[in-house]
Design a protein around this ligand. Structure first.
Ligand SMILES: C[S@@+](CC[C@H](N)C(=O)[O-])C[C@H]1O[C@@H](n2cnc3c(N)ncnc32)[C@H](O)[C@@H]1O
Length: 183
């Protein structure tokens, strides 16, 4: 059983960019998830990044080439049965296969306590932030995996523009992640 048995913040958990589920599985293990009564939406193409979503600046910076290389090396999980098996021990798990932002219309939660964005590409990350922001609860967390990570400058800049429009504030973490606490 996980260590955290109650969470004050209302709402479900959402991750865009799941792959094999490293971070979300760690979160689920750390929490006493089944006792919380929340849902965890895990959204991914489960086919790797969407190559046409990279901007010209990201392509120039080598982000699309890096994604293509990772795909060729088999770094992205395509076996959805394996993903389902990984999460079968927890309740309230919604595995959603599709492209962000197109697939977001299918997500029925209207209250989000935790949003994790880890798609390594500016367009789906800013689109997902814009989509979910009105639903993020007071005290809810938005975590960007690569906001200030080496080589992700274009993504960080695009997120900066989006959060300025939302009048949000972001804390940069030494890991390269970016964290917003919505108040
Ligand atoms: C770096 S991995 C995610 C790692 C994961 N968070 C973990 O803890 O291991 C990036 C994932 O984003 C997914 N992805 C990229 N662009 C996407 C998009 N537009 N829609 C849905 N998934 C996307 C890829 O398929 C890939 O699995």
């Amino acid at each position: 059983m996980g260590r955290i048995r109650s969470i004050q913040c209302a709402g479900d958990f959402v991750e865009c960019g799941v792959n094999a589920g490293f971070l979300s599985s760690a979160i689920l293990s750390y929490l006493d998830w089944d006792g919380l009564g929340k849902r965890f939406y895990l959204i991914d193409t489960f086919e790797g990044p969407v190559m046409e979503q990279f901007s010209d600046e990201e392509i120039a910076r080598g982000r699309r080439a890096a994604a293509q290389q990772s795909c060729s090396a088999g770094a992205y999980v395509t076996d959805i049965a394996r993903v389902r098996r990984n999460y079968s021990e927890w309740r309230g798990i919604e595995i959603v296969k599709g492209r962000v932002p197109d697939v977001l219309q299918a997500i029925d939660t209207k209250s989000v306590a935790f949003l994790h964005l880890d798609m390594n590409c500016a367009y789906p990350e800013t689109s997902a932030l814009r989509h979910f922001w009105p639903y993020v609860s007071n005290g809810g967390i938005v975590l960007f995996d690569d906001y200030a990570y080496f080589g992700f400058d274009e993504q960080g800049r695009a997120i900066d523009e989006e959060i300025a429009a939302l009048r949000a504030e972001l804390l940069v973490l030494p890991t390269g992640q970016g964290l917003i606490l919505k108040t």
